[in-house]
Design a binder for this molecule. Structure first.
Ligand code: C2E
Ligand code: CA
Ligand code: CA
Length: 740
């Protein structure tokens, strides 16, 4: 394989060229060549392509080897240049070599050509490598210097023996000087160090000289323009084989910017941390506040819940919670055929303590009794405050009567223990009634009622004892006793309330008055109408208290309505026989009017026909006195008694009220119709106003209107309402019911 060789031949003779080529081929080359014989042609060829070697003749008509050398130099290329010529003088050969030719070969001795070319090719290769290495070094030095400049990093050497210090360009710049503008000394360096740092910098260099490891420090320097910079200094000492320090090398880096950034970063971090800490603290605070609020709400909710199911004085469960537990326990007992007991407990003569020592002592006593009761029962049992001085107990898992008896005895004993309250030594006893499920009742209401009955029996037995309920206690007389006690209790607790029903003028449809009707607002049973409790109230004469209560309540309400700007209306109060027969009735009425400041004309009294006819003389006397006060009297339920018309005329009465029993049948029952028509006619002829009660239908109203009955009262227009609701209905609305 022949080696390729690109040859540029500067010669005017083609024959010579052929000779050279033959020699080259002969020497193992495959030459690719161009021949030129002018400067411009050579210039063009050098620019056009790459050449391994230039072979030039010495003399040519238009060119010369020296001229060719000049062209090559101008091109800046390093290509071996060999002169191939006829014989020339030695001096010319020397001057050619001086001008840059690499060799000189005689045309008549071309055998030297190939060895010369080979040698030159090797040399040019060497030269190129050298140049490349130099270039590389130069470049790396430049880039190092550049890197140092960018990094503000300089290096220095200190020949300790000669005390010569050498700084790189960057060190000068770092210290604020032009590179290499003077010869630095160690003292000059120390001088540039910040006053406050100089001492430890000196110590740093001192230490390095004695220890054999590299050290570094940061310190401040002051520049010629008084700017203070921070530098990082690292140094290392070299020792000779005797251990003497001979040289110190080091680097110095301007880290002002880095320090500034670090400081900025530190401040930023600090403020970030502070911010985070503040936010965290704020969040923690909000969290804490929320937690407290939630807890407070929870507590409040629990309190409300507790209040709904507990008695505020003793903290015991109230009757609502008790009923709940009893109902649940009954359902359970039903499934498991277990037995349970309900105890009804009423303190003996508690009222006298309340009356003599005051309510606060009474309250403290109840509180203590509640505590004692709690101690007498087991965890699963319940003790609740029923009302006032009454407690109820639910005892579960009863095996035999004796279980209950022993608890009852325990309670009697616990209550009997003397109590010290506000310096008073008190002795209490209690009466207990017991009902057992399932024998004495299957539901809560019956069990409670029967336990109550048994308790009443215990009272009858002389108090301070317990009684089991028995069938015998169910007698009517006993029921009555209990009902009576309940009524008393209701009076004590203010459970009676007054409802109001309007009286309407049939001609105009306007409300002209009201009737007050009593109701019992029972804590468990709700609203109870008079028919359920009136006869007993009358039998026990409790009705007198009820009537007085209603009388007083009506006076207060009537006055309040007038004061509130309502149209003044007369309100009628029902009086029972007993109340009417009270010797001090007139005084009672007067006192109610005086105490409330109500004008007597706005108070009405209703007595039934039968009451009026009992002791006619006394009735006339009493009614006259009341009428003289200004109070309006009406005869109630007219037509049910047997009035003597003679006396009727003598009564100072303005109004007759036809009982709802007759009104009820006026359009259906001929008898009722006749009675009502007669009563209206009678009233008209005697100049009484006549009122029809219990009007429920439009037919009834039309009938009454045709007979010119004055007033009506009944569900058709309005049911009895509690005062707060009555006050809310505007009078116009009552007229607008479309009847007029
Ligand atoms: P009363 O005095 O004849 O009172 C009218 C009764 O008829 C009220 O019954 C009233 O609610 C009812 N009533 C009114 N409009 C209608 C209606 O359209 N249809 C029906 N079916 N009934 C209507 P309430 O309130 O039950 O009173 C019954 C009775 O009890 C009264 O009859 C009165 O004799 C007596 N009473 C009510 N409050 C008292 C009171 O404070 N003291 C006394 N001693 N007795 C009262
Ligand atoms: Ca009445
Ligand atoms: Ca009536």
């Amino acid at each position: 394989m022949k080696k390729p060789l690109r040859v540029l031949i500067v010669d005017d003779s083609m024959d010579d060229v052929e000779l050279m080529l033959r020699e080259l081929r002969h020497g193992g080359y495959e030459p690719a060549f161009e021949r030129v014989e002018t400067a411009s042609a050579m210039k063009m060829m050098l620019e056009k392509q790459k050449w391994d070697i230039v072979l030039a003749d010495h003399y040519m008509p238009f060119f010369s080897a020296i001229g060719a050398l000049t062209q090559l130099k101008l091109s800046g290329l390093d290509i071996p240049f060999i002169i191939v010529s006829g014989s020339i003088g030695e001096d010319i050969a020397v001057s050619s070599m001086k001008a840059g030719a690499h060799d000189y070969i005689m045309k008549d001795n071309l055998t030297r050509l190939v060895p010369a070319i080979e040698r030159e090719l090797i040399e040019v290769e060497e030269r190129r490598k050298c140049k490349w290495a130099e270039e590389l070094l130069r470049k790396s030095e430049a880039s190092l210097a550049n890197a140092q400049r960018i990094a503000h990093l300089g290096n220095w050497e200190w020949d300790i023996v000669k005390n010569e210090l050498h700084w790189s360009d960057e060190v000068y710049r770092i210290f604020g000087f032009a590179p290499q503008s003077f010869c630095p000394t160690f003292e000059m360096f120390l001088n540039a160090v910040h006053n406050d740092d100089r001492e430890f910098v000196e110590k740093f260099f001192h230490d390095i000289l004695h220890e054999r490891k590299p050290y570094h420090i940061d310190h401040r320097i002051v520049l010629p323009d008084d700017a203070v910079h921070v530098v990082y200094e690292q140094a290392e000492v070299m020792f000779d084989n005797t251990g003497r320090a001979i040289q110190m090398n080091g680097i110095v880096q301007d880290i002002t910017e880095r320090k500034r950034l670090e400081e900025e970063l530190r401040l930023l971090n600090e403020s970030l941390e502070r911010h985070v800490a503040e936010r965290t603290a704020a969040l923690v605070k909000v969290n804490e506040e929320l937690r407290i609020e939630i807890e407070e709400r929870k507590r409040a909710e629990e309190k409300i819940k507790h209040m709904a199911f507990h008695d505020s004085l003793t903290s015991l469960p109230n009757r609502v919670l008790f009923n709940d537990r009893l109902t649940l326990s009954l359902a359970h007992a039903y499934r498991t055929t277990e037995t349970l007991a309900v105890m009804f407990l009423d303190l003996d003569r508690f009222k006298s303590i309340n009356d003599t020592l005051g309510h606060s002592v009474g309250d403290m006593l109840l509180h203590e009794i509640a505590n004692r009761l709690k101690r007498c029962i087991r965890e699963e049992d319940t003790v609740a405050r029923f009302a006032g001085d009454e407690f109820i107990l639910l005892l579960l898992g009863i095996n035999e009567a004796e279980d209950v008896s022993s608890i009852a005895r325990k309670i009697l004993d616990a209550i009997q223990q003397p109590l010290m309250i506000r310096g008073h030594e008190l002795y209490m006893t209690t009466s207990i009634g017991i009902a057992i499920y399932p024998n004495d009742g299957k539901d809560a209401e019956t069990l409670l009622k029967n336990a109550d009955t048994a308790m009443y029996h215990a009272k009858e037995q002389g108090r301070n004892n317990y009684q089991f309920y028995t069938e015998a206690m169910q007698s009517a007389s006993f029921e009555k006793m209990i009902m009576e006690r309940n009524l008393r209790r209701a009076l004590d607790r203010g459970e009676f309330v007054v409802y109001y029903q309007p009286l309407v003028n049939i001609g105009t449809g306007q409300i002209v008055g009201m009737e007050a009707l009593v109701r019992w607002r029972h804590p468990d049973r709700g609203l109870i109408n008079p028919e359920e409790f009136l006869s007993l109230s009358e039998n026990t004469r409790l009705i007198v208290f009820i009537d007085e209560l209603v009388l007083y309540t009506v006076c207060v309400q009537c006055k309040a309505w007038q004061d509130a700007g309502f149209q003044p209306l007369c309100i009628a109060v029902n009086l029972s026989a007993h109340t009417f027969q009270q010797p001090n009735l007139v005084e009672t009425v007067m006192s109610a009017l005086q105490k409330t400041g109500l004008d007597p004309h706005f108070l009405g009294l209703e007595i039934t026909e039968s009451i009026a006819m009992q002791d006619i003389e006394a009735t006339i006397h009493k009614l006259s006195k009341l009428s003289d006060l200004g109070v309006q009297i009406a005869i109630d339920d007219f037509g049910t008694g047997f009035s003597s018309l003679y006396y009727l005329k003598k009564f100072p009465v303005k109004k007759l009220k036809i009982s709802q029993h007759f009104v009820n049948g006026i359009v259906t029952d001929q008898n009722d119709k006749v009675i009502v028509e007669s009563v209206i006619a009678l009233a008209q002829s005697l100049k009484f106003k006549v009122v029809a009660e219990g009007v429920e239908t439009e037919e009834q109203l039309i009938f009454l209107k045709q007979r010119q009955c004055d007033e009506m009262q009944g569900y058709l227009f309005c049911k009895p309402l509690p005062a707060e609701e009555f006050g809310k209905i505007p009078m116009q609305d009552k007229q607008l019911c479309g009847l007029w």
